[in-house]
Ligand binder design. Sequence first.
Ligand code: FE2
Length: 393
Amino acid sequence: MKKISVSELRIGDKVVKLDKGWFETGLLTHKFTVKDTAVIQKLKDNGVSDVFIEKDDLEAAVIDIFQGKPEEIIEHKKEIISKNYINLGEVSNARTLYTESVKIVHSVLGDIRSGKMFNENAVKSVASNIAEITLKNRGVMASMTKLKYHDNYTFLHSMNVSIFASSLAAHLGMNKDEIELIAQAGLLHDAGKMLVPIEILNKPGKLTEEEFKIMKNHVILGYEYLVKQGLPKKMLNLVLQHHERYDGSGYPQGLKDEQISVEGKIGAVVDIYDAITSDRCYHKGIEPPAALKLMFRWTDSHINKKIFEFFVMNVGIYPVGSLVLLDTNELAVVGRMNTVRPTEPSVLVFMDKVGRRIPVQMVDLSKNILHKKKILGPVNPENINIPDEVYFS
Ligand SMILES: [Fe+2]
């Protein structure tokens, strides 16, 4: 990485960082390839005087050239997946952090329901842990959202939105303080649901028109509650705008894309993703690739396309031959794709949960309904000795 002044920039240079924070400019991304002089002018107009450039920054290049369908994005994703590798040494820390954090979210939201002030420091410390782990390694916290926890949906959803939003913020180039604010906002984005009557919140069937109106009001209720606590505007943006939609069809204000803040756009994408991929009492969550395809169709109506593309690059896929960690703590290599259920390929397990080599065993993750194993995420193969027989079995 090299620091140069904006006037030294040339077409083709890959900018990876600006001398200003994410919130200090009107630019959507701080990572891009300079394609024409208009970009240089735009930087100057935004008060940027110095930039950091990097030659052959694959991620910047991929992000910049990409303008395609989810399938193509997923293809490109293979090249940048290394950013999302799970660091094995951090898995147990992340697991403890996730479980402990869900408990804190549970108690914070419980306080809001009972009319008390919530513990702001508790929220801050959860957010700061999420931001710290996310900055070190984006995949590890995101993999926790795939574990099954027996807790109320709203608490898990708040935690997952916080994790996905932080990871997306990191991917967009935000700094640690900014990511922490996004993480806090994610934890509190549905605080207003705690002020909606519990019979409506937990109603298993379809809501009546009147009930839906009350439910939609959770945005305003949450916003007003958090305004009273004097939270920063950037956080409130995510809370207030996570149900706004690209074409103005959202609520509560019916804002259009250009009126929605970046935080609001991040909130919308990750909120929709977690909601449609999670199991609820009245429907089973859909698989991530199917969810991404569905969301891609909504980029003309509901979601900002650019933010969505960044998000797609940020969630995992498992190509054949890649090393993965299972929820049993076993290590395996993806052996065969499952085209109907892409997140449940056949894998070749070669290491048990305590790190001992075992005879290679092919496991079809879509079978074995009783003891179904799941992939938590990709692992960096650099320091792992993958036995040759994996590739010949
Ligand atoms: Fe919401």
